[in-house]
Design a protein around this ligand. Sequence first.
Ligand code: SAM
Length: 389
Amino acid sequence: MNQIILQHDNVLSDVHMFLPKARQRMTRLNNVGQPVFISKFKFLSNAEKPERNDEGTRENSDTETHSAQEDDEEEDSERNVEPALDEDGDLDVTHRPRNDSTGDDSSRSREVVCPVILKQSHKSALQNEDDETDECFDDIIRLEHTMATPLEDVGKQVWRGALLLADFILSKPLLFKGATVVELGAGAGLTSIIMATLAKRVYCTDVGEDLLSMCRRNISLNEHMIERAGGEVRVRQLDWLQSDLCTDPDVDLSWTEEEVADIHDNTSFIIAADVCYDDDLTDGLFRTLYRLCSNFAHACTVFISIEKRFNFTLRNMDVSCDAYNHFRHCLSQLEDLVDGQCSYTVEQIPSTFPQFLQYERIDQLELWKVTAKRVPFDEAQSNSKQCTS
Ligand SMILES: C[S@@+](CC[C@H](N)C(=O)[O-])C[C@H]1O[C@@H](n2cnc3c(N)ncnc32)[C@H](O)[C@@H]1O
C-alpha cells in the first residue's frame, strides 16, 4: 500500500471529498482489490439545519462554506501534502500515461486503485466503533463505500443526488408511510435505507456482484433503524439494459415470482438518485421505467434526482451539460407518449424542502417527479380506434 496510483479515468464523489469533519476509515479490500471505507452520515440537529429561502438557496451558505474550507485545510495539513508548483507558481501535474496501448480492455478495467488513506480501522465494519459520535448512533447512517472508482463502479460511492433524494423522502413521511417502493441504481444503498424507515418494503436494485454485496452489508449495518421502523429492504438485481427481471433461482439476488407479483400489484413509488450520466444508460433507465409503470396495477410516482454537471466537450468546443440535456429530452418524450396504457406528467420539485443530512445542496442538484397514471379502459379503447382509423 506504499504506492498511490490514481487511474486517469477515476472519479471521486464530492460527498467523500468534502464530507465535513469526515474521518474515512478503511475497513477492508473488496474482492477486486479496491479499498473499502466506512463513513457516517449524521442527521442534522435543528440548530445545524441550514435556513432555506423560497428559491431553495441557503441563507447561511457563506459561513458553512467557510467551515467546510477550514475542515479541508485541517485535513490537508494532517496529510502534509505540498502541491508541486512550477517556476511561475502554476500547479505542476504529472499525468500518468495510459497503459492500454494494446487496446485490450480487460487489462485496463481492473487496475488496483489506492486512494489516500486518512485513517485505517482495525475493527470490522459490522462492529460498533466506540468514538464520541456513536453515542447518538440512532442519528447516524453508517455506510461502506469506495473512494475513487472507474466509471463502471460509480455506484460504490455515495453521490450528492442520493442525499437530496433522502432529504425529500424525510420531508414527506406521510407520503411514503407504508408504501412499496422500488429504487433503481441504488448504489451503496443510502436512499433505500432512508426510505425503509418510512415505507413498508423497499426493493433496492442495481447491477454487479461486488456492488450488490456492498449494498447488502450496508443494509445490515443499518438494520436496527429499518427494523425499528417496521420496514424491510430487499436487495435485488435489476439491469436497465435487460428487458426482464431475472427470476432464475440459481442467480444470486434474482427475483422470486411472488416478488415480481408484489411489485406489479403494490408499487406506488419508484426512486432513483444520480442515475443519468451516460446517454445509453439513461435510455435504458427510461425504458425500464416505462416497462415497470406499464405493468403496475396502480398509478405510480417516480422521483429522480440529478446533478447538472458541466463539462468541456471537444464535440461542442464549449462547456455543456449533455447528460442533463439528454435526461430532459427523455422526460419530454415520456410526457408526449400516447400508448393507450399510461399517461405521464412531469414536474420539477423546488429544492426548498428542509435539509436533514450534511452535504452541500448546490444549485445544480435537481429533483424531478414523474406521475404515471393508468389510462381508463374507455379512453384506451377510443385512443386505439383513433390510431387505427
Ligand atoms: C452515480 S451512481 C448513483 C448511485 C446512488 N444512487 C447514489 O446516488 O449514491 C449510478 C448508479 O447507476 C447504476 N447503474 C449503472 N448502469 C446500470 C444498469 N444497466 N442497470 C442498473 N443500474 C445501473 C450504477 O451501478 C450506480 O449504482
